[in-house]
Design a protein around this ligand. Structure first.
Ligand code: HC0
Ligand code: SF4
Length: 566
């Protein structure tokens, strides 16, 4: 520990800590726009400047360490003038049309401008005029970028990719990149961007248009992780943001049916579990990878194409839901599938791209999933339609595609797909259910491990599994497999750290990682579920009995599987 003084208060600080960390640990607020702990500690934005006695110039608090006897002042006239001046310079190059910005209300630049009482900018507003490229699910607005480099660092250090980079130098330096080339559309750069420079393509109006079209039968499906976060962007007055209230709120938007992606997750388990057992029975070499995360599938296609054949052919729950909605459910309703419009609510940006792949059309009636909205878009829809969630009673999902088990619910948290699959693989092998918590060890991340590995006994067969999340970790795992250093039967990968609960389409909270808490919510929902095995889902059993036949049947293969090459 070192003894030092901040703003006249003597404190004990951790040796090696930065001034910023120390101040925060002692509840002293220092503003910053670029700092991300362990990811981006580069002092780029210059608004965390502080005075250190004995040093002539102001220093950045985020990348200068504390020292014995140091005396720091965080709120002097000189500090305030410098912070304001640096902020005004950033604002002079910023597109300041805040009312129409996607981050209006959650923008850190806007919030700091307000905090520092900056109401005038004594510089000309110089914009680059660079065009906004809206062709992809990930949209970048160059004139809203403040060159904090958070996106550059997040993409490089968390996802192991390098889509964004700082180009040119001096006053011409700016962030640029080519999202269409290497990007997985994971959205992690969006959730770590302090401004509206990066956001998902907005599809809210497309969905309202369908809802207002009397010819359309508009169906919502809600992904597992959405139920953990759907109300984070709303201003509830003490009302519990339960699953039932989420269903009621989405129904108020005008959907004809509100269903659960977790039903389709249970179907995924039937298909993927059966596929795994077939591969094992045939003695196929190497792991089978999960296929439900489109960021991961895009990553393996681009970075490890030699392993693509190891990806499960089972489509993701989102796509299985869409395929069954336009076939099985259209038949149940006795309507032309062309009238059905499927909307997914996902914690994910890459799902927008997945839905558009050419092989995700099971009927002549267009794509199986017509529109994909993130949780942030759901918040915008509820706010723009003035839905008062505080007044809503809980409602149930519609049936039959709204019936799901605990196994389906845990898909949204890292290790959940694996655990759900093992619960049913055990049953499919032995004809008996295992203890529901028999595979709980896949849940916990070990300290400093890039991936976790376990071995389970499945009716005399030793099953070696691995689970990871975050694409940098996934890359390390793929390389180890390629080098023959490790050997697994089944591997779960999710592109976003923590799984979909940490997805790039989730609400943004500055400086907070909420994945672990949201994951805990999904685990609690699983524990509270009456049914916890996918194969016991009565709606899934009925769907197989009356429509699909067996898992991996000819019809199931045609509707629910893909080789991921399209
Ligand atoms: Fe996920 Fe999924 S668990 S990828 O994170 O498998 O987006 O929540 O919907 O499809 O079910 C996302 C979440 C899903 C899918 C499911 C899987
Ligand atoms: Fe990188 Fe993901 Fe952002 Fe694409 S979406 S640039 S892969 S962080």
């Amino acid at each position: 520990m070192v003894s030092m003084t901040i703003d006249g208060v003597k404190i004990q600080a951790r040796e090696g800590a930065t001034i910023l960390e120390t101040a925060r640990e002692h509840h002293i607020d220092i503003p910053t726009l670029c700092y991300l702990k362990e990811i981006n500690e580069i002092g780029a934005c210059r608004v965390c400047l502080v005075e250190v006695e004995g040093i002539d110039h102001l220093v950045a608090a985020c990348n200068n360490q504390v020292a014995e006897g140091m005396v720091v002042n965080t709120d002097t006239p000189r500090v305030r003038r410098a912070r304001i001046s640096n902020l005004q310079l950033i604002l002079s190059r910023h597109d300041r049309r805040c009312p129409t910005c996607f981050r209006n209300g959650t923008c850190q630049l806007q919030a700091l401008t307000d905090r520092l009482c900056v109401h005038e900018i004594p510089y000309e507003n110089k914009l680059s005029g660079d065009a906004v490229d809206g062709r992809f699910p990930l949209v970048r607005e160059p004139d809203k970028c403040i060159s904090c480099l958070r996106c550059v660092s997040t993409c490089q250090k968390v996802q192991g990719l390098g889509v964004w980079d700082l180009v040119d130098s001096g006053s011409r330096a700016h962030v640029d990149g080519a999202a269409e080339l290497d990007c997985t559309y994971c959205g992690q750069c969006i959730t770590h961007c302090p401004t509206g420079a990066l956001h998902e393509r907005d599809d809210t109006q497309k969905v309202f248009d369908a809802i207002y079209d009397p010819e359309k039968i508009v169906i919502a499906q809600v992904a597992p992780a959405v139920r953990t976060s759907w109300a984070e962007g709303l201003d509830l007055k003490g009302t519990t943001p339960s699953v039932g209230r989420m269903v009621a709120a989405i129904r108020r938007l005008g959907f004809d049916y509100v269903f659960d992606t977790d039903f389709a997750a249970d179907v995924t388990i039937m298909e993927e579990g059966s596929e795994l057992l077939h591969r094992l029975a045939k003695g196929e070499q190497g792991p089978m990878f999960t296929s439900c995360c489109p960021g991961w599938v895009r990553f393996i296609k681009e970075r490890h194409p030699n392993l693509l054949g190891h990806v499960s052919s089972t489509k993701s729950p989102q796509q299985i839901f869409g395929a069954l909605a336009k076939t099985y459910y259209a038949q149940l309703l006795d309507v032309d599938p062309a009238r059905i419009f499927v909307v997914s609510y996902m914690p994910c940006v890459a799902k927008k791209m997945e839905a558009a792949y050419p092989d995700m059309h099971s009927t002549e009636a267009g794509p199986d999933v017509d529109a994909v909205l993130t949780v942030r878009e759901l918040s915008r829809q509820l706010r723009s339609r003035f839905v008062n969630v505080d007044l809503l009673d809980e409602e149930e999902f519609d049936r039959p595609l709204g019936v799901a088990t605990g196994a389906g619910h845990i898909f949204g948290v890292t290790g959940g797909v694996m655990e759900a699959a093992l619960r049913s693989a055990y049953y499919l092998t032995t004809g008996e259910n295992p203890d529901v918590d028999a595979f709980r060890e896949v849940r916990h991340e070990g300290p400093d491990r890039l991936w976790r590995e376990k071995t389970f006994d499945l009716a005399g067969h030793t099953l070696r599994i691995a689970v990871t999340s975050g694409l940098k970790n996934a890359d390390a795992l793929c390389r180890a497999i390629e080098r023959g250093e490790v050997d697994y039967d089944f591997v779960e990968v999710m592109a976003c750290p923590g799984g979909c609960v940490g997805g790039g389409g989730q609400p943004i909270h500055e400086g907070e990682e909420r994945a672990a808490g949201r994951g805990g919510t999904l685990r609690a929902i699983d524990r509270a579920s009456q049914l916890r095995f996918s194969h016991e889902n009565p709606a899934v059993q009925e769907c197989y009995k009356t429509y699909l036949g067996e898992p991996l049947s000819e019809r199931a293969e045609r509707l629910l599987h893909s080789d991921h090459t399209a």
